[in-house]
Design a protein around this ligand. Structure first.
Ligand code: AMP
Ligand code: MN
Ligand code: MN
Ligand code: MN
Length: 311
C-alpha cells in the first residue's frame, strides 16, 4: 500500500483552496471551534459495466470499507452496474443513481454526470438505448480505422475485452496491447485513439442540451464533469458553462480525481460566477499510481455549496 502514492489521499477544502490530508476517521475542529463531521462522498466512479476494473459489487464494498458515506456509480452511458447492486448496498453507504453521459457541444465531446434520477424513467431509458447504439456504431468505425492502420479484427478483440460492458476506447486500447500492436494503453491513446487521432470518431453523441434535459426530465441533477479536461480557453469554458446552465445544468465538478495545483480555485470561481453548485468525485477506474483513491472529504465545503444537499 505504501508503494502506491496517495491512493487514499483525500482533499480537504477551504472554500477555493485545498490541500491533501491523510485519511481521517472521526471529527476535527475549525478555528472557530465548530466541530466538523467527516463527510466522505464520491459522485464519480466507474465499474466493470463500463471501463472500470472492479465489478459494481466490489466497488461499493470497497467504498464502504474505505469510509465513503454517499456515492454514485457513474459508468459511461450505462446504469447496468448500478442496477446490479442497488438492492444490496453495504450498510453505512448510501448509493444514489448515477451515470456519465457522452454528449456533444458543437464539435467538442463533453461528459455530463447525472445524479439522483429515476433509473426507470422513460426519458433516461430511451437516451441510454440511443447511446448503446451510438457506441456500437462507433466501435465499428474505430475498428475500421484500426484495420486501415494495420490492425485487423479489432472489433472482435475489443468486444472480447469488454466482456459485456458498454464498449469504449479503453477496450480497444487494452486489445491493442494484448495483440502486441502497442506497448501500453497510454500509447494506444497517444497514437490511435486520443483526441484528433484516427480512432477518435467525432460528431457522434447527442447534443449537450438534450442530455441535460434528459437527466432533468428523469428527476435528476446534471453535473458538468471535469470542466478543465476539455482544454478550452477561459472564454470558451465560460461559454460552455453558460450553455450547460441554460440547459438546466446544476453543478460543476470542482474535484475530479487528483486535481493539479490551482485547478480547484479556477473551478470554484467558475461555480460562483455562474451561480452553480459543486460536485466531487474520484473518477476511480482502477488502482493506479496516478489516479485518486475512492472518496472525497467534503466537510469544509460551506453549507449550501454542495450539490449533495439537494440529493
Ligand atoms: P470513451 O468513453 O469510449 O470515449 O473512452 C473514454 C475513456 O477513455 C475515458 O473515460 C478514460 O477512462 C479513458 N481515457 C481517455 N484518455 C485516455 C488516455 N490518454 N489514456 C488512458 N485512458 C484514457
Ligand atoms: Mn473512463
Ligand atoms: Mn469523463
Ligand atoms: Mn469518468
Amino acid at each position: 500500500m505504501g508503494s502506491i502514492p496517495c491512493r487514499n489521499a483525500r482533499y480537504h477544502f477551504d472554500y477555493g483552496r485545498q490541500s491533501r490530508l491523510a485519511p481521517q476517521s472521526g471529527g476535527s475542529a475549525t478555528s472557530s471551534g465548530r466541530s466538523l463531521e467527516i463527510a466522505v462522498i464520491d459522485f464519480h466512479t466507474h465499474s466493470a459495466a463500463s471501463d472500470g476494473a472492479l465489478s459494481a459489487r466490489d466497488l461499493v464494498d470497497r467504498a464502504a470499507r474505505e469510509g465513503v458515506r454517499r456515492m454514485a456509480i457513474t459508468d459511461h452511458d450505462t446504469i447496468a452496474g448500478y442496477f446490479s447492486v442497488y438492492q444490496s448496498v453495504p450498510s453505512g453507504l448510501e448509493l444514489i443513481s448515477g451515470v456519465e453521459l457522452s454528449c456533444q457541444w458543437g464539435r467538442v465531446g463533453i461528459h455530463i454526470v447525472g445524479l439522483g434520477f429515476d433509473p426507470a424513467a422513460p426519458a433516461m431509458t430511451r437516451h441510454l438505448e440511443q447511446l448503446d447504439k451510438a457506441r456500437r456504431d462507433r466501435a465499428e468505425k474505430i475498428a475500421h480505422k484500426l484495420d486501415r492502420s494495420g490492425m485487423p479484427d479489432a472489433l472482435a478483440g475489443a468486444v472480447a475485452v469488454a466482456d459485456g460492458a458498454q464498449i469504449g476506447r479503453p477496450h480497444f486500447a487494452r486489445w491493442m496491447v494484448l495483440a502486441g500492436h502497442v506497448e501500453s494503453e497510454e500509447m494506444a491513446f497517444k497514437r490511435f485513439l486520443g483526441r484528433g487521432k484516427p480512432g477518435d470518431i467525432s460528431l457522434l453523441w447527442p447534443a449537450l442540451h438534450e442530455t441535460v434535459a434528459t437527466i432533468t426530465a428523469s428527476g435528476g441533477v446534471a453535473v458538468l464533469a471535469h470542466p478543465l479536461e476539455y482544454k478550452m480557453t477561459a472564454t470558451r469554458l465560460r461559454a460552455l458553462t453558460d450553455a450547460f446552465r441554460d440547459a438546466g445544468g446544476v453543478a460543476l465538478e470542482v474535484i475530479n480525481g487528483r486535481p493539479k495545483p490551482g485547478d480547484t480555485d479556477t473551478l470554484w470561481r467558475l461555480v460562483r460566477e455562474h451561480d452553480l453548485k459543486a460536485s466531487v468525485g474520484s473518477d476511480f477506474h482502477r488502482d493506479s499510481p496516478y489516479g485518486a483513491g475512492l472518496g472525497v472529504e467534503v466537510s469544509t465545503i460551506p453549507e449550501g455549496a454542495g450539490v449533495w444537499e439537494q440529493l
